[in-house]
Design a protein around this ligand. Structure first.
Ligand code: AG3
Length: 283
């Protein structure tokens, strides 16, 4: 495509791009794993990209982070031990720690992401890295999953897209280890991209889930900077937590005084209402 000086142009999808004007570049550097750029934009506030793909923005990260934590944790009802794979910006930990958990273990492959985000995007983690309930481990998420003793009530895979370092987090092997790492009644959720543009990703994950779990499905939320309409999240569990009723969801939310900017009791239920084109991607 034509060069756009001073713009960050994401070309994750073939023949289709997203551009943010970089009003101020705060950081641009290669870590051992990937290239990190942090810049200020007019519409989305501060933005972080990894290898040119938008990972997190100040303005819209709440939608993604609230949905990947509160939906499984409220559905579970008594989640005490939570595992986050990836999520180096700390946004997922921030939301998970709003629940009465004993421990949130976060396994991020790239110490650089954690360091840069703490410095340049402190509002994303919002104190999560200083919470004594957070156990931060800098390690390969796939290795961790293979070796862990498990016992997690909720496992959240906050990966990049399946290119580069994030690719192993989409394999059958990894999901098998994740299943083993769940406590009885545990729930596994995954980020599965934007099905309008990346349908195979959702199909692939759910096909693997179907060999592992009694209940597999997807739920959705629109995240503006993950462009292309709804983003899909994978759901795998042996419990029937997906069918928790609205009154129970409401009660659990009230009990812990959780107020989301996107997540509400109605959204919890509605997130599992899938449009036809997404439903058809479920094998
Ligand atoms: N991780 C998910 C990024 C997915 C972007 N993909 C896309 N636009 N299809 C974000 C990390 C936030 N903690």
């Amino acid at each position: 495509m034509t060069k756009m000086d001073g713009w960050s142009v994401e070309q994750l999808h073939d023949g289709y791009a997203q551009a943010h004007r970089m009003d101020r570049v705060l950081y641009d550097s290669e870590t051992d794993h990937q290239r990190i750029v942090v810049f200020d934009s007019a519409q989305f506030g501060r933005v972080m990209t990894l290898d040119g793909v938008v990972q997190v923005t100040e303005r819209d990260n709440f939608i993604y982070h609230e949905m990947l934590t509160h939906v499984p944790m409220i559905a579970h009802g008594t989640a005490k031990r939570v595992l986050i794979i990836g999520g180096g910006d700390g946004g997922m930990a921030r939301e998970a720690l709003r629940h009465p958990v004993d421990q949130v273990t976060m396994v991020e492959i790239d110490a650089g992401v954690v360091d840069f985000c703490r410095e340049y995007l402190p509002g994303i983690s919002d104190g999560a890295f200083d919470d004594p309930r957070l156990d931060l481990q800098i390690a390969d998420g796939a290795d961790f999953m293979r070796d862990t003793d498990g016992g997690f009530d909720v496992i959240i895979v906050d990966s990049t897209d399946p290119v580069g370092p994030g690719e192993v987090l989409f394999t059958d092997h990894f999901y098998g280890h994740a299943k083993r790492a769940l406590a009885p009644g545990g729930i596994l959720v995954t980020q599965n991209g934007v099905p309008f543009l990346q349908g195979d990703e959702l199909t692939g994950t759910l096909r693997a889930f179907q060999t592992l779990f009694a209940d597999t499905y997807a739920f959705v939320a629109p995240v503006p900077t993950y462009q292309g309409g709804f983003m899909a999240f994978g759901w795998g569990t042996d419990s029937d937590a997906r069918h928790v009723d609205l009154a129970t969801v409401e009660r659990r939310i009230t009990q812990i005084d959780l107020s989301g900017d996107y997540y509400t009791p109605e959204i919890h239920k509605a997130a599992f209402a899938l449009p036809g084109y997404i439903k058809k991607l479920i094998p």
